[in-house]
Design a protein around this ligand. Structure first.
Ligand SMILES: O=C(O)CCC(=O)/C=C/C=C(\O)C(=O)O
Ligand SMILES: [Fe+2]
Length: 315
C-alpha cells in the first residue's frame, strides 16, 4: 500500500486579524500562507488530523489531560475565528484512539471537544471553512503546567503516524502552534481568585464583555510588545531555528531531552505549543523518511510570535 501522508506545521496567532504588520512583513507572510495553501490543495487530502493546543476555552484545570482526541468537536469562535461544528469522522477517531491506547499511550477521548482559534486557524487559512474537510482533532496540552515529558508527545505522534500509514487515504497532518512566544495567557502560578476560576472553568459561561476584555488584553500586549514596552518575555529566534533544524533532520530523539522548565525559561510560557509540531513530525517519521519541502521563519513581534511554517512530504 502506498502511504500518503503530508504535514503542514505552522504557528498560529490570535492577532493575525487584529494587528498591523509592517507592509513588507505582511506581504511576506501572505506569500508564505499562499505557498502552504498551494501545497495543501495540490495534496488534496481525504482526511485531516489536527494537532492543536487550547487556551482555556475547551480544557480546564478541573481535569486537564496531557492529550485528547475528539470524536466530535465544536469551534467556540474566539478572536473572530469561525464558530461551529467540525466534520469529525467518529469511527476513525475511535479507531485511532484504540490503536494509540493499544500502544500504551494514555490518550483520553472527548465526545464533545470544544476547540478555539489554536485549532481552527490553519483550517481557515487553508480552506476558508473549518468544515471543508473531515478532521480528527487531537488536543495537546501546551499552556497548562505540569506538562508530560516531550518524549511522550513524540511517542503519541509516532503511534498516530503508524495508524495513518495503514490507511488507504491521503491524510494531511496539521500541527498548529509555537514557536517561541509568551502572550499574556493567565497562569495558575500567578492567578488571582477570579482568574483561578476561569482556569478551572468553574466561573460560569464567559460573557461577551469579559471575552472582549480578555482578547483586548492580548491585542494591547502585542501593540506594546512591538513598541518595546511590554512586560512579556522576548522571542527566541535562535531556539526556534535550532528546533526547526532538529525537526527537519529526521531524528527527533534529541527533543526527548528538552525540559519544560528550560523551554519556558528560554522561549516563553507558550513555547510548549511546539509539542504540536513534535507530534506532527513524529507522525511523519513513523511512516518513513520525510523531507521539509518549504520552510518559513520570522520573529514577528506584532503577532507575539516566532512565526514558523513548514510543509513536509514523504521521501
Ligand atoms: O486571555 C486568555 O485567557 C487567553 C489568551 C489567548 O487566547 C492567547 C492566545 C495566544 C495564542 O494562541 C498564541 O500566541 O499562540
Ligand atoms: Fe496559541
Amino acid at each position: 500500500m502506498t502511504v500518503s501522508l503530508a504535514l503542514l506545521a505552522m504557528s498560529h496567532s490570535p492577532l493575525l486579524e487584529h494587528a498591523e504588520l509592517p507592509g513588507d512583513v505582511s506581504a511576506e507572510l501572505q506569500a508564505a500562507f499562499d505557498t502552504a495553501r498551494t501545497f495543501v490543495h495540490d495534496f488534496d487530502p481525504d482526511i485531516i488530523v489536527n494537532f492543536a493546543p487550547d487556551h482555556y476555552n475547551g480544557f480546564f484545570y478541573t481535569l486537564m489531560p496531557a492529550f485528547c482526541i475528539g470524536y466530535a468537536a465544536e469551534s467556540i469562535g474566539d478572536y473572530g475565528s469561525q464558530a461551529g461544528r467540525l466534520d469529525v469522522p467518529e469511527d476513525l477517531a475511535r479507531s485511532i484512539a484504540e490503536h494509540v491506547l493499544g500502544d500504551g499511550i494514555d490518550l483520553t477521548v472527548s465526545l464533545d471537544m470544544q476547540v478555539d482559534h489554536g485549532a481552527v486557524q490553519p483550517m481557515e487559512l487553508m480552506y476558508s471553512d473549518i468544515g471543508a474537510k473531515p478532521v480528527v482533532p487531537v488536543f495537546i496540552n501546551s499552556v497548562a503546567p505540569p506538562f508530560t515529558p516531550v518524549q511522550r508527545i513524540r511517542l503519541l505522534g509516532e503511534s498516530i503516524g503508524r495508524y495513518l500509514s495503514t490507511m488507504d487515504q491521503k491524510v494531511l497532518v496539521i500541527s498548529s502552534g509555537g514557536l517561541s512566544h509568551d502572550p499574556p495567557v493567565p497562569r495558575l502560578a500567578t492567578a488571582n481568585s477570579e482568574q483561578r476560576k476561569a482556569l478551572m472553568g468553574t466561573g460560569g459561561p464567559i460573557s461577551a464583555e469579559a471575552r472582549a476584555a480578555r482578547q483586548q488584553r492580548v491585542i494591547d500586549a502585542a501593540r506594546d510588545f512591538a513598541a518595546g514596552t511590554a512586560d512579556i518575555q522576548d522571542l527566541a529566534p535562535q531556539w526556534d531555528q535550532d528546533l526547526m533544524r532538529i525537526l527537519a533532520s529526521g531524528d527527533l530523539t534529541p527533543l526527548d531531552d528538552f525540559s519544560p522548565d528550560e523551554m519556558t525559561r528560554i522561549a516563553g510560557n507558550s513555547s510548549h505549543e511546539v509539542r504540536t509540531w513534535i507530534a506532527g513530525y513524529a507522525a511523519m517519521s513513523a511512516a518513513g523518511d520525510y523531507e521539509v519541502e518549504y520552510s518559513y521563519y520570522r520573529p514577528i513581534r506584532e503577532l507575539i510570535a516566532g512565526f514558523g511554517m513548514t510543509t513536509v512530504v514523504q521521501r
